[in-house]
Design a protein around this ligand. Sequence first.
Ligand code: NAD
Length: 286
Amino acid sequence: MEDYYKEQGLLQPHLPKIPAQRILAGQAALVTGANSGIGRAVAEALAEAGAHVAVNYVVGPESAEEAAKAARAFGVKAITVQADVSDEAQVQAMFRKVVAEFGALDILVNNAGLQADAAFDAMTLAQWNKVLGVNLTGQFLCAREAVRQFKLQGVRPELSCCAGKILCMSSVHETIPWAGHVNYAASKGGVMMMMKSISQEVAQHRIRVNAIAPGAIRTPINTQAWSTPEAYNALMKLVPYKRIGEAVEIGRAAVWLLSDYSDYVNGTTLFVDGGMTLYPGFEAGG
Ligand code: NAD
């Protein structure tokens, strides 16, 4: 991280080394799309907080194993599990494998996502279906399996005061319209209403469902937005806090949202966006 900021001649973000608290000790977590970017950082943060972690990936077994190895360094169990989250049979097989390995499931992080950008009138049905299939249907399929498992298990008070937790990775584009990315924005708007509706339905079973909406986080999904000084400076016009976010910051927010510290938080989206949703065009008074 330091090298990147030095090369770009940018101020480094102040990310204090915070001593890890094992607030998820002994819980079993599945993180989808955990061999890259935000998913990997979340998997590591959960492991640092004491959770056993299943690293889902669709391509790239080597990077999935690297992520699992990084998790194991925190003294927890970590496995890799391949599945395309948009495929029902593969998702169900993934859940069977994770429960067989860990004996239970306490946490699902619905993180896998992608973009397939096009001007609206040039967008193909394949681009639309791909993005909705992974970003929205994928989250539905995984959340449904998780809820089925949480209901079977019930509350295990020695681990947590609720029966299970689901964290949906949304985006500031659940609320900010995004020209040229209609499929992506529609998928994240869908994630928001799906997350709230599931939460309303399953809260009575002591299952908590929430979302994080990241703003601009430095990962492979948006390299073109931060990898040159020109692109970075243009991006900063959209960020009142005047720096890009790091994936570890989403990991830290995820640990809190998945722990009993947030037990009374249900159906909420936590924006981690440096103020991107604060109408930055008005920061000088409009
Ligand atoms: P990334 O490209 O680094 O990671 C995406 C991950 O999803 C990869 O591991 C990829 O292999 C996986 N994936 C894609 N299709 C899959 C499938 N069918 N089955 C299983 N896994 C699949 O990007 P990221 O920035 O880490 O994105 C993670 C999530 O965060 C996404 O949902 C994205 O929409 C969201 N997000 C990212 C940003 C950002 O600025 N980086 C902002 C808002 C939201």
